[in-house]
Design a binder for this molecule. Sequence first.
Ligand SMILES: Nc1nc2c(ncn2[C@@H]2O[C@H](COP(=O)(O)OP(=O)(O)OP(=O)(O)O)[C@@H](O)[C@H]2O)c(=O)[nH]1
Ligand SMILES: [Mg+2]
Length: 387
Amino acid sequence: MRVLWIGFGQAGGKIANSLMGMNRRLYSAIAINTEEADLSGLGNIRQKVLIGKYALRGRGVGSDIDLGASIAEKSLAQMMDTIDVVVRKQDPEVIWIAAGLGGGSGAGGSFVLANELKKVYKHIPVYGIGVVPSVSGMPQDKEALNLSNTVKSFELWSHYFNNILLVDNQQYERPHVTRESVEMMFQRVNEHLAQTLTTIISAGEIRPPPQEVFSSSEIKATMGLIGDISTIGYCAEEIKIKSQFWRNGMDPGTHELESIIERSVEKSSLTFPADVTGARSASLIVHGRPEHLFAQSISTGKAKLEELTTVGKVRYGDYPDRRTKYLSAITIISGITDFSRLDQMKKRVQELSGSMSTSHHSNSDNVVDPSIIQNLTTRDSVSRPIV
Ligand SMILES: Nc1nc2c(ncn2[C@@H]2O[C@H](COP(=O)(O)OP(=O)(O)OP(=O)(O)O)[C@@H](O)[C@H]2O)c(=O)[nH]1
Ligand SMILES: [Mg+2]
């Protein structure tokens, strides 16, 4: 599937940059930011758009969503000029905007841009990747700002995208590893996400085609058009390689594969933690050496996923790969109904705004300029199928 990645803000730019490093044939990418310095580090992306240059002098919006949204609104023509050139040249099947929900530029700008993209390219679905921040170790005022931004931008985003994939940095924390810096952890999240998405997106492109091809139309059918929220599960085991007897690893049998498939939807395996029961759709991709892709285990594993998610028919594709050292299952779950993680964040924001009511740092009282929202179309436009 040909994808145009748009990285908005710092987190989004770095994610798009990691993705661009994975497959230059299928991908194109554009980075957008209000902060000049953050654009310069993105070595894999050639198309960069600095917005709000005169108002902000290339120094960013400092976590202010409202300002992020209003700068984006004023910069639509500038962004669309660059996007249009890439769309004409690459003819992407989907446009996917990545951004951190806890910041200002990406969180505030992405939904404004998504709305415009849907109006202009009626036949191209527009998906989001929303990064949920981890706040461990943050001072309280910063925590409050990150969390209130997340809650607010998620609400705003949910009206404008055809689908939002949530990626929670907290899922990738390793409390026992003390030597990893925040930057290194971000990098690990970005690379893991880029790898997982690339496996899904390129599964249908391998030649000769596998038994069960996972095509672009199946990805699009899983994601839908009605603004579903999705999470992706991943579980992998290192396999034993006979010529490398000194390395660890297992010799996978049918039982191991079933277990890998089942564990891919455990809460701890998901990009965003949720109870997957009640989801609207799901797809499974099994990646491994051809001799390990046991049809019987896949069908048992798939049945297990149908039971766990209550999705009637889980879509499926193989990704045979003779050189891989792993056997892995990736499961996309779309239309999740459990948002307890975000509810907890809301509670925490209230708690913090109570305890900080005397300070001036609370950001919870500013709202996006209503005129911006009025100019954008409402959720109805999301539920109308794109033909
Ligand atoms: N996974 C991941 N998360 C990141 C990365 N960089 C930042 N974040 C997270 O994303 C949140 C949003 O931050 P940014 O992306 O820096 O915000 P921005 O869109 O640039 O907005 P402003 O800097 O406020 O203008 C941060 O609080 C972090 O939690 C990254 O490279 N990867
Ligand atoms: Mg920034």
